[in-house]
Design a protein around this ligand. Structure first.
Ligand code: HEM
Ligand SMILES: *[C@@H]1O[C@H](CO)[C@@H](O)[C@H](O)[C@H]1NC(C)=O
Ligand SMILES: *[C@@H]1O[C@H](CO)[C@@H](O)[C@H](O)[C@H]1NC(C)=O
Length: 242
């Protein structure tokens, strides 16, 4: 195996010395890359998500209603439930847009000269996608500064299909052949965490001040997250029989 370039987080991915040979360094690199990329990215997304739930209790409540209506409280949520959970899905997507906690894509290198939008890019140029800017551009998003899960829903409250221009312009996992390999895993995990926790618990701000919602104030990193997250976790009240 020939590894192209260094790993996501610097030097942990060592260039294999001999082509077509996987050495220990390579295996260690791949594994630690997986753990770091896989764990820290999703941890940041979930911390951001639950912080948003503290700021927007009405959105938390709406997800809980969708859970009650489609899953109820008597069984664990499963991935099959995603097919009908439009609002929850939209909130997860909007969370990824709003917190933009993976601000840059992985660096890529041009193999040959290319022209993009009239700009000449020479061979061997390192290119980094600026996901941070894309997420907040006024050109692309209506009211980018607001947290609006509805932007991913149509008039009937159904999640916009993947081919919809709004979905197509949204690339928190990068794009192309080297986009994030963990996208579906990350989305599955987020769905299960969110639904399992909100099925049973209500989260509300604790006594201390909440960390700021604006990710621009979070510590810059490959995957960012709020500095801390303290909240009150209570059992949800029984469902009223009406
Ligand atoms: C919310 C969670 C996640 C976000 C926002 C995210 C985002 C990204 C982005 C933006 C890239 C760069 C793509 C590009 O340069 O075009 C990437 C690459 C990558 N991600 Fe993720 N990721 C997440 C979760 C995961 C998980 C769970 C895993 C592993 C199980 C993972 C493994 C990787 C790997 C290995 C790459 C490098 C792929 C390559 O170069 O071919 N990521 N991710
Ligand atoms: C929600 O997203 C998942 C993939 O992330 C998909 O399998 C599911 O069908 C989506 N649900 C809806 C209602 O579109
Ligand atoms: C994404 O957009 C929201 C709304 O403008 C903004 O608050 C947030 O800081 C942005 N995140 C990134 C990573 O640009």
């Amino acid at each position: 195996m020939k590894s192209h370039g260094k790993g996501l987080l610097g030097n942990i991915f060592r260039e294999a010395e001999v082509d077509d040979q996987i050495d220990d360094g390579c295996i260690k690199g791949v594994l630690s890359n997986m753990v770091t990329a896989g764990f820290l990215s999703t941890k940041g997304a979930l911390a951001g998500f639950f912080l948003l739930m503290l700021y927007y209790p009405e959105i938390q409540l709406r997800i809980q209603k969708e859970i009650d209506d489609n899953i109820d409280r008597n069984r664990e949520p499963s991935l099959d439930d995603r097919a009908v959970m439009h609002y929850t899905n939209a909130t997860i997507l909007e969370c990824l847009r709003f917190i933009g906690h993976v601000p840059f894509g992985v660096p890529h290198l041009t193999r040959e000269e290319v022209e993009v939008d009239g700009m000449r890019i020479p061979a061997n140029t390192m290119l980094i996608t600026n996901l941070w800017v894309m997420n907040r551009s006024e050109k692309v998003w209506d009211k980018p500064g607001e947290f609006l899960p509805e932007r991913f829903l149509d008039n009937e409250g159904k999640l916009l299909p993947k081919e919809h221009p709004i979905r197509l312009q949204f690339i928190p996992f990068g794009s192309g052949r080297r986009s994030c390999i963990g996208e579906s895993f990350a989305k599955s995990r987020m769905f299960l965490y969110v639904t399992s926790l909100l099925q049973t618990f209500v989260l509300s701000p604790g006594k201390n001040k909440l960390p700021p919602l604006d990710p621009a104030t979070w510590k810059p990193n490959v995957a960012m997250q709020p500095d801390f997250l303290n909240c009150l976790v209570r059992l949800r009240p029984e469902r009223k029989i009406s």
